[in-house]
Design a protein around this ligand. Sequence first.
Ligand SMILES: *[C@@H]1O[C@H](CO)[C@@H](O)[C@H](O)[C@H]1NC(C)=O
Ligand SMILES: *[C@@H]1O[C@H](CO)[C@@H](O)[C@H](O)[C@H]1NC(C)=O
Ligand SMILES: *[C@@H]1O[C@H](CO)[C@@H](O)[C@H](O)[C@H]1NC(C)=O
Ligand SMILES: *[C@@H]1O[C@H](CO)[C@@H](O)[C@H](O)[C@H]1NC(C)=O
Ligand SMILES: *[C@@H]1O[C@H](CO)[C@@H](O)[C@H](O)[C@H]1NC(C)=O
Ligand SMILES: *[C@@H]1O[C@H](CO)[C@@H](O)[C@H](O)[C@H]1NC(C)=O
Length: 473
Amino acid sequence: MDHCSYCYTNLVTYFVLFSILCCQHLSNVLVKVEARAHYHKKKGEKSSTTIAPSSPSYAPVPSSDAPDPSPTQQGPCIFDVTSYGAVGDGATDDTAAFQAAWKAACAVESSVIVVPSDGKFMITSSIFSGPCKPGLVLQIDGVLMPPEGPNCWPKSDSKKQWLVFYRLDGFTMNGTGTIEGNGHKWWELPCKPHRGPHGSTLPGPCDSPAMIRFFLSNNTRLIGLRIQNSPQFHIKFDGCDGVHIDKLQINSPENSPNTDGIHIGDTKNVGIYNSMIANGDDCISIGPGCSEVDIQGVVCDHSHGISIGSLGVHNSRSCVSNITVRGALIKNSDNGVRIKTWQGGSGSVSDISFQDIQMENTTNSIIIDQYYCLTKECRNQTSAVYLSGVSYNNIKGTYNNVRSAPIHFACSDAVPCTNITMSEVELLPAQGALVDNPFCWNAYGIQQTLTIPPIDCLQDGMPLSLGEAVAGC
Ligand SMILES: *[C@@H]1O[C@H](CO)[C@@H](O)[C@H](O)[C@H]1NC(C)=O
Ligand SMILES: *[C@@H]1O[C@H](CO)[C@@H](O)[C@H](O)[C@H]1NC(C)=O
Ligand SMILES: *[C@@H]1O[C@H](CO)[C@@H](O)[C@H](O)[C@H]1NC(C)=O
Ligand SMILES: *[C@@H]1O[C@H](CO)[C@@H](O)[C@H](O)[C@H]1NC(C)=O
Ligand SMILES: *[C@@H]1O[C@H](CO)[C@@H](O)[C@H](O)[C@H]1NC(C)=O
Ligand SMILES: *[C@@H]1O[C@H](CO)[C@@H](O)[C@H](O)[C@H]1NC(C)=O
């Protein structure tokens, strides 16, 4: 029997039972089902082939560990986007259908919005807002994508973001499908780096949408999806508490500008695990206001590495603490593990650990840059974000020595870096000669074992003065 009619039958037969077991706002939802029936009849869609109009499927799926579900162990309520009129032919605008499915699912506990595997769904820039009932899942098994390029972007839509998830708690996005960003035409805008004549950058509109943005949302889970070709950042978290990412695959070309893989800002309690990120900018970037971040088992390919910063822009105060990166492979990358701050900022970066990291053909494998500047016109200032307690442990592999030494500590003149610990750091050239002149300025700390290449500039103890600008966080 058809999935939808099965559910409908159940709905009618066990109305009372279901309203207790599964779907709380059932009466509400039934009204919507009726409304949709009219919609479908008008459009001559598949409603005629089933007893019931295509409907959200409130099928209680017994979980395998609970063969006899009791009222408290019900499976999820399924909301298939095609039941809300989504077509999934890669051309039709399915935005309204996704919004309708979201609205219905949001009102029901433990619901799963399903984007089926046989469809390619196009939706325009959308905000999916909470609060929603607990346990909401967006399961993407098919392809979900935005309109192609700036010319197809609706004029009234924000060009800064595509999918926005707002004010959610405990939301999960999973599935075996792909979120395709259709980024190519955005990367080619004349304003993008190196797109003008002779590698210049031309004026012109430059806003490009971040693909997936979580804003003021807590306890988000992102599992198993493939996310690719973003016009700008792939995934972005702002003002969130609780992020769990596992087994994501992020993919964009090496020369796609500003396509950070995962960016977190003002966000704490983050775990990023077992994910592959290949892109054209930072693999993972950690902005101001982040703490308790645990990154394990990540592979970064042709990216700009894992980066803390940039921090302290426009004399701002930035606080970042308790970041751990371990078990990573960083290959063919500009930068390996990087901390970058602007002159003139304040605040601090502390309790940072990079360990068990394999580098393969990575430029600037280990880098602290407190003179970060995009224009080369930044003046040295008397304050800086204070870096303290950064450890590099068991970092091995090869570097690409085209531009600079694999270890580069450029700490601020005004505020030295302190308590840098290095042990088992062994970096060899991928090809060509050893670079044995690591750059090191105003850095204090210890080498627990001799590094390769050797560095002789880490100063013992603490500096006499930490400068005026060291503000606690
Ligand atoms: C998220 O958690 C913060 C506390 O960290 C809380 O103030 C906020 O209301 C929560 N937001 C949501 C949408 O649950
Ligand atoms: C996504 O989550 C739903 C609800 O928990 C689950 O039924 C489904 O199996 C998950 N899909 C994948 C691919 O993990
Ligand atoms: C550091 O963050 C981890 C999570 O990554 C957390 O378990 C630990 O308690 C934090 N430590 C401190 C001192 O806050
Ligand atoms: C080394 O990495 C650079 C990018 O930083 C890349 O262009 C080059 O092809 C890589 N070399 C090899 C041998 O993979
Ligand atoms: C800033 O200070 C650094 C370290 O002392 C120095 O190398 C650099 O030339 C200075 N830059 C400017 C613009 O003064
Ligand atoms: C130095 O940093 C380490 C973490 O890398 C921390 O455990 C230790 O307490 C710090 N020591 C001082 C004196 O701040």
